[in-house]
Write a protein that binds this ligand. Sequence first.
Ligand code: BEZ
Length: 255
Amino acid sequence: MGTISNQTDQWNANLYDNNHSFVSNYGESLIDMLAPSKGERILDLGCGTGDLAKRLFDQGVQVIGVDKSNNMITQAVEKYPEIPFFVQDATELLFKSEFDAVFSNATLHWVKPPKQALQCIYNSLKTGGRFVAEFGGKGNVQTISDAIYNQLGSDTNKTDFPWYYPSIGEYSSLLEEIGFKVTFAHHYDRPTPLEGPNGLSNWIKMFALSFFNGLDERKLEQVITKIENQLKPSIYNGSKWIADYKRICVIAIKE
Ligand code: BEZ
């Protein structure tokens, strides 16, 4: 039996496309906020398997997609060979004043240190260019994280917390320190249905496995069942799990 361990690429691109399409579906409204014009050069930062980059491409945008995960980029290239996709870490971007906009959907809560990523984003933009992003904010999936810690008990290693969930004040300050003008910032609840009765288990296996490093697969299943039992009264509505997502949405301009 295998043991859950830190992998260099934790992302399963097929699972992502099959069970978590809601991630890019929610991104559609972020495209509305981006309001792309034909011919603009736009970087899709954390493009996953490329679905939103494809929407931009179809609107006449010169889009480039980057993601840290080789698995995601391989799948993006297979699905949309007409779009340039590259494996790149958001904290190590080398673009210099190339883009009219940097767009990022449901990615930046994975990226640490956040200020280094923001500096790279700033450097990638032309003067006057815009940064339009949506990601997890303070309190995001707190109910689920608390239940994971509660059920792991002494197996918990708090230093493994994989996400960065800032408050709006903290993130706006970081943006201003880099030199951005923040023109829009919103922190809001977005209860998010997970697909099917196994939605919570699938979500944990897709996104939260790092909490379970060192556990064997049988123990993992046992802990997940306990988490489900704990959370059923609060976030299961009889047919679906509803995750307590809290989002930050920002627009900032490079001055
Ligand atoms: C999010 O989009 O907020 C998210 C996704 C996976 C894990 C944690 C947060």
